[in-house]
Design a binder for this molecule. Sequence first.
Ligand code: FAD
Length: 524
Amino acid sequence: MAIPAPASSPLVSIPADISDALFHHAVDQSAIAISITDARATILYVNQAFCTITGFTADEVVGRNQSLLSYKSTPKTVYQELWTALSGGRPWTGRLLNRRKDGRPYVAELTVTPLAAQNGGEPHYLGMHWDATEEHRLAQQLTNHKQLIESVISVAPVAVALLNSDGQVVLDNPAYRRIASEMRVAEPAHAVMSALQQSLGEAFHHAVTHRRALSGHELRFERAGGGEARWYACSLTWFEERSTLPDAFYGDDRTDYQLLVMHDISASKRQEEALRLAAMRAMLSEGELNQSLRETLAGAVFQLQGPVNLIAAAATLQKRRAGQGAALDPLAKALADAQAAGEQAIATLQAAMPPEPLEPTGPVNLNEVLRDVLMLETDALLSAGITVDWRPAHVLPSVQGDPAALRNLFRQLVGNAIEAMNVRGWNERALFLRTTAQEGQVEVEVVDTGPGIPEALRLKIYEPFFSPNPSRGGARGVGLSLAQEIVSRHRGVLEIDPKHVGGCRLRVSFPATRAVLQAAEANG
Ligand code: FAD
């Protein structure tokens, strides 16, 4: 608070009904420390507030120089400025460090005003000051806090961005700017906000409307050009700034800000992913082993079933022939024993069959599934000399499903593509994978540069056990029928692009999780 400097010469005359005594009393009782000095700053008068603040009595200071208040640490230049102004007949306002009578320092907010010389005499000076120690302490504390927060934020390993109510980033830190350059986006905060919106749906709108904090929501960002994906744990909080304008002094004028904090958890996620991949490989090989065991046993049961059926028919015939004496007929008994032994063998084989695995369903990120598939198929792709163009959507909503089945689906489609291109003499060997999200759907495109599927066979290839190239083992035909079954189970659509030339282009789309939930809600 600066004390307003009075005019150096009186502009208004004092009304007659205000006596000199009243005027003197008013000055004496003023809450501001007042002193009047001569031209050399020798104190002629001090009021009561001056005595209260400094601890001196009037008798102790009158006749002495104002410099008795100096703490002697105020730079000389400050006094020079003060005296330059006063010598020029101008008032001066500033802060000085003063000493009380007991030696304790205090910050004085001082205004000195020259009083025009009267009757040709020397000028006098009017000094007014107040103890600004507490205000100085608070202001300094605020500056210190601000500096502390700024330095913590600038060295913090987490990225911080403050967004105003228009969504503009008004403050950020070096970690945030690093993310911007790594992700090659101008404003990562905008990408995060739309990713949160996509993945949380209604919950995000609810949080925004009710100013609820979102904490540690994990988001995965794919990088253009197939670089390693990045994971961020994102938190969002709201912060209200009260207006500092005077007209909002008694009002409730506030501005809303959103504080976004992004913590890079890519390293731990990658570790987690490596462990998951190892577990998945182990699970897949166990699954494949079980599958082939199931197929072998089913084949054996099928092979046995025929002869056992024949024996059963013969046993029934012989029993009928033997009539009453069937119980004693050795052939009927031998046939019944053979039938029982055959059925026992079938039952034993069936009991040895490993059960079909039951996979839980939940939200699945197809970017992750496809990345897993590419990793699992790396050797096959490399040995077939196939180049891969993998373009994941920057942020992809999840789909509801069985992760293992979806992985099998894309393994099948990628496997088919590899098989189609891995033909002697075939030069065009490129696989293009892309994920996109639009209108509540997640779409995956699998394009190969193989020979393609002739138009006449496009419907037939979905039939089980049909293969366009039986000579090559027929996996492609079987694969597509299996793939179709998995896609249908996930309420998706699998289609072959009929217009595509120069290979095969498959499009698989699924409803995004939010759409799935909403449809379920709508259906009651
Ligand atoms: P000083 O020798 O007093 O002066 C420092 C510099 O000021 C000198 O180098 C000189 O250039 C200039 N100077 C000093 N006296 C004059 C003069 N008469 N004419 C022109 N230039 C001059 N100081 C405080 O520390 N605390 C106060 O609360 C305070 N209140 C004041 C109130 C009034 C009304 C006035 C007129 C002055 C006040 N001063 C106050 C200033 C004080 O008089 C001293 O100038 C200051 O304390 C420095 O003292 P010093 O002994 O260190 O140096």
